[in-house]
Design a binder for this molecule. Structure first.
Ligand code: HEC
Ligand code: HEC
Length: 197
């Protein structure tokens, strides 16, 4: 599976829908996605799900590093999936809020004994992230802003940025993702899911 194709596809879809260029979607998608993935997509199978299971799931079960242990050697999926929605999360040892991607790196380094953990944004780190999010489908998103003042600071700053109007179109994230959520937005963006969430 080619990750690049999927990221480009998402980019193309978001761009096309944001500008209402509906006709361009299938054409753009055809260019950005491999033939193989496009065929899957057309039969109703989400190539992202296949990526999560086949690439991420495989890495999750592969022993690595000095410990020669896999993620699965130490973690039951039943327990781990409950932790996924608690990220970003405060880490006491680091006295910082860390992302799930960083937590994956920490486990590789500290618990698996991997010398050089997969870099952030690498295909492998993203695949593990995708797998963790995939097994956590339907679980609660549960970031605890009261766990430490640092978390609350990040939350407040995130809210500020979310509401901040910027760019040539003077739009905030909120403009599209909250304000319009109860209105018909098809005229604006041809969105399928985000305004219902
Ligand atoms: C040798 C055992 C071991 C291995 C192998 C291991 N981990 Fe961990 N993992 C731990 C321990 C110990 C913790 C810390 C638990 C805590 O902080 O409560 C942890 C914590 C985590 C957490 C955070 C859980 C939480 O409640 O916040 C995630 C996510 C995670 N590991 C994912 C992974 C992934 C993905 C891999 C494979 C790349 C992996 N782990 C490999 C032992 C391991
Ligand atoms: C011009 C309107 C617009 C603005 C401004 C905007 N978005 Fe979006 N966003 C969209 C559309 C349209 C989608 C795609 C929805 C879909 O495919 O269902 C989307 C998708 C997303 C998704 C993925 C949702 C999903 O269900 O997969 C996230 C997360 C997101 N946006 C966050 C943000 C953030 C954070 C900002 C501000 C930095 C922002 N958006 C600004 C219109 C917008």
């Amino acid at each position: 599976m080619k990750l690049k194709g999927k990221l480009l596809l998402f980019g193309a879809l978001a761009l096309a829908s944001a500008f209402g260029i509906n006709e361009a979607i299938s054409q753009e998608a055809g260019q950005a996605i491999s033939e193989e993935d496009l065929a899957l997509y057309k039969t109703g199978i989400n190539p992202g799900e296949v990526f999560a299971q086949e690439v991420g799931g495989k890495l999750f079960n592969t022993p690595m590093g000095k410990s020669n242990k896999s993620c699965a050697s130490c973690h039951s999926e039943e327990k781990l999936k409950k932790a996924v929605g608690t990220y970003p999360k405060y880490n006491e040892k680091l006295n910082a809020v860390i992302s799930l991607q960083q937590r994956i790196q920490m486990c590789q380094k500290l618990n698996q004994g991997v010398e050089n953990p997969f870099p952030l944004k690498s295909e492998e780190n993203t695949a593990l992230l995708t797998y963790l999010k995939y097994i956590a489908s339907g679980e609660k998103i549960n970031v605890d802003t009261s766990s430490n003042p640092v978390v609350k600071e990040y939350y407040d700053y995130g809210k500020y940025v979310f509401e901040l109007k910027r760019g040539k179109r003077n739009l905030s994230c909120q403009t599209c993702h909250e304000y319009f959520k109860k209105r018909a937005v098809s005229s604006c963006c041809n969105s399928r899911t985000v305004f219902n969430s």
